[in-house]
Write a protein that binds this ligand. Structure first.
Ligand code: GLV
Ligand code: MN
Ligand code: MN
Ligand code: MN
Length: 401
């Protein structure tokens, strides 16, 4: 089976797209993410790939025409099929569809890899449902204890264990998986998520250290009409001043700070809130810069809370250290691609988890002309996507020859 990239792309893009926003809500194990996964599994079956799925639902589909498998680790490519809330079409799926296309092209030209080539789809990469980015790859690599993973909750209070059960997946199977040991190398192709890449295709040097931090601002609920402004203990005010401070500190440091998620109690128009929970996503070029950014934001939040008569509590939910991709593999890709540009990224990826786990890992980026990502407006030109497929094909051929 072989299908043009354009047709494959159009087919997957139609799965679960919201007709109003043009975006996707493919949180892990939601109907829309399952539909995308089913589409992927159908494509694997149509290509006679050997599908291996681990306990949490990460999949690698192997192409092994020379029956080279045995104990030999393969060359794995691929990415993820889940999305952020109202995400775009490219973040994740571009890597999966490009991987299928690359195998079609290699097959069509009669290439026989000397090691298996695998197409990976790793679950809940965005952490948009359970709050933990790269959940599937982290569990597979044993970076998060299974008990901690299974106890994570979604916004309705459902635990991961319960959600898996409802999807027909036995939570008993969740834990370190046999897949990483079968990955002799991992190359993730991904849409670039800023405007830094001006050539059609580039190679990643590193991923910025980043983290998710939950701030709980607690004050005193009271009447919006009768409580004098000077009598209030308003946690929304403390939060708002913290958000402004975070923005300023990140600008000063050349870093990034975002409050993109908020929970307000009791969330009524005519009541001063009792509590505001706000999630900070912070990223910087170095570990020191990230730590000092977080330190500054926390200090300013605490000072503001004292003035407002509120309290602030900080819980780090996930912290991801810097990832420097293996220089040898990176340079090999650059060589195969005739000197493609090399660039760092502020976005997180399963590739970072696998790199940390000691697997030689690299990333290819496809140009993003607007730099928009994590939005329905995310976009890449078809010609650049096709250049990405060609680049991935050449890289796989080189690594699996
Ligand atoms: C995932 O794409 C992230 O960087 O948040
Ligand atoms: Mn993303
Ligand atoms: Mn992604
Ligand atoms: Mn990502």
């Amino acid at each position: 089976m072989s299908e043009s990239f354009e047709n494959l792309w159009a087919a997957l893009a139609a799965v679960g797209r919201d007709p109003d926003t043009g975006g996707y809500r493919r949180g892990g194990w939601t109907p829309s993410e399952r539909a995308a996964t089913d589409w992927f599994l159908d494509q694997c079956a149509a290509r006679d790939l050997t599908v291996e799925t681990d306990g949490i639902g990460n999949t690698i589909a192997w192409w092994d025409p020379a029956q080279a498998a045995g104990d030999r680790p393969g060359v794995v490519t691929g990415s993820h099929l889940d999305s952020v809330i109202d995400g775009g079409a490219f973040d994740g799926p571009l890597g999966v569809v490009s991987a299928l296309s690359a195998i079609d092209l290699l097959r069509a030209e009669g290439f026989v890899p000397s090691v298996p080539i695998g197409v990976g789809a790793f679950v809940e990469e965005e952490g948009s449902r359970f709050g933990m980015p790269c959940l599937g790859s982290r569990v597979a690599a044993g970076v998060i204890p299974r008990e901690k993973a299974l106890a994570l909750t979604d916004r309705t209070g459902l635990t991961l264990a319960e959600a898996l059960g409802r999807s027909g997946i036995d939570p008993a199977g969740v834990g370190p998986s046999p897949l990483p040991a079968k990955m002799g190398a991992f190359v993730e192709l991904h849409v670039e998520q800023g405007r830094a890449l001006t050539a059609p295709v580039g190679v990643a040097s590193s991923i910025w250290p980043h983290g998710r931090f939950r701030f709980t601002f607690t004050g005193e609920a009271n009447h919006a009409g009768t409580t004098l402004m000077e009598d209030r203990h308003d946690p929304m005010l403390t939060y708002a001043m913290t958000a402004l401070a975070a923005n300023k500190q990140a600008r000063l440091a050349g870093a990034r700070a975002t409050f993109g998620r908020l929970s307000v109690e009791p969330n009524g128009t005519n009541a001063i809130p009792s509590r505001v929970i706000a999630w900070l996503d912070a990223r910087a070029a170095t570990e020191d810069a990230l730590q000092s950014l977080l330190g500054a934001i926390t200090r300013l939040a605490t000072e503001r809370a004292e003035r407002d008569g509120t309290t602030v509590e900080l819980v780090p939910e996930s912290v991801t250290p810097i990832v420097d991709f293996e220089a040898g593999l990176r340079d090999r890709l650059v060589g195969v691609l005739d000197g493609a540009p090399v660039l760092p990224t502020g976005a997180g990826h399963d590739a970072g988890v696998f790199s940390d786990a000691g697997i030689p890992t690299a990333m290819l980026f496809v140009r993003n002309p607007t730099g928009v990502s994590h939005s329905p407006a995310e976009y890449a030109e078809m010609d650049d996507c096709l250049a990405g497929v060609d680049a991935l094909t050449a890289v796989l051929k080189d690594l699996a020859r």
